[in-house]
Design a protein around this ligand. Structure first.
Ligand code: ZN
Length: 304
């Protein structure tokens, strides 16, 4: 394992990807969760999304949430946006880091934002220029990168074409989203390997859902290829309202627990993240899929 990266950067997406797919929680609860996460040592938090309130009512209070968050100078906060209008709202709220999402498959993109992938990429070119003019950076997330629930497998070439267009238009970083948990380690190796060859200097983030239990295995496959940037969700919160059967993201504390024991530094204090996971369970009022939260860290001793 000596060839694994010494450290990785985690972006905590529970407040956004997680809460977006839960029964609505009050604004104060969202703020409390983000504030708890800000105390865990995690370097980045995707705090809110600026989507149309009719599309995702649970995110209608994004600007209010952001205004009330106790911003830590140790954390980079970002917002997810579906389109230019969302980007304008995020920039007006003061975000300097945004993510915009486009699906690699037309059917998923049409379902999601009522545009073809090509139409969304045209919009994103304008959005990137707008973000840059405002002094902000923007990462382009290519979702359904490992498969589409409506079209099945998405060819690697298709994903690379979408990624290449985004980078050519000025994307500051690239993320591959496994929206519906269709990735496996071999597919991660294939797509990441080709991406590295085609776009060797592009910043690459990976966003896995644990829908079919392959989340941490996918992270390990990508670690072995040197990928140092991952999304994860406290407690394993998460899903996607447009992806039938999608369940939570890779769980942050489970990921931290695994990779830290392999000598990979995440900057995250596991105990503080477990406390944030307990807070997340209280907020949503249900047991979350986190396994380390249930069992405790591997070195926890059982009384005789
Ligand atoms: Zn997701």
């Amino acid at each position: 394992m000596s060839d694994l990266p010494e450290r990785i950067s985690l972006r905590e997406v529970g407040p956004r990807d997680g809460l977006q797919n839960e029964a609505p929680v009050p604004t104060t609860s969202k703020v409390a969760l983000i504030d708890a996460l800000s105390r865990t040592g995690v370097g980045r938090i995707e705090a809110v999304s600026f989507v149309h309130p009719k599309a995702i009512p649970s995110m209608a209070d994004a600007a209010e949430v952001w205004a009330a968050v106790a911003k830590s100078s140790e954390v980079r906060y970002s917002a997810l946006v579906p389109n230019l209008r969302g980007a304008q709202r995020a920039l007006a709220a003061g975000f300097k880091e945004i993510e915009v999402v486009v699906s690699a498959s037309d059917t998923h993109n049409l379902k999601n934002v009522n545009r073809t992938t090509e139409q969304s990429l045209d919009d994103i070119a304008e959005l990137l220029a707008t973000a840059h003019a405002a002094g902000a950076t923007c990462q382009v997330i290519v979702s359904t990168a490992f498969g589409c629930p409506y079209e099945g497998d998405v060819p690697v070439e298709r994903v690379l074409a979408v990624a290449g267009r985004a980078l050519a238009d000025g994307a500051d970083g690239l993320s591959y989203g496994d929206t519906t948990g269709m990735a496996t380690p071999s597919r991660v190796t294939a797509l990441v390997g080709e991406t590295r060859m085609r776009f060797p200097v592009a910043d690459l983030n990976l966003h896995f859902h644990n829908t079919r239990g392959t989340g941490l295995a996918n992270v390990l496959a990508a670690l072995q290829l040197g990928v140092t940037d991952y999304d994860a969700s406290v407690g394993g919160l998460g899903g996607c309202p447009y992806a039938p059967g999608a369940t939570g993201n890779v769980c942050t504390e489970d990921l931290v627990h695994m990779v830290e024991d392999m000598g990979v530094d995440t900057g995250v204090d596991l105990e503080a993240m477990l406390e944030a996971a307990r807070e997340a369970e209280r907020l949503v009022g249900r047991t979350l899929p986190s396994q380390v939260l249930r069992a405790g860290p591997r070195t926890k001793l059982t009384p005789l």
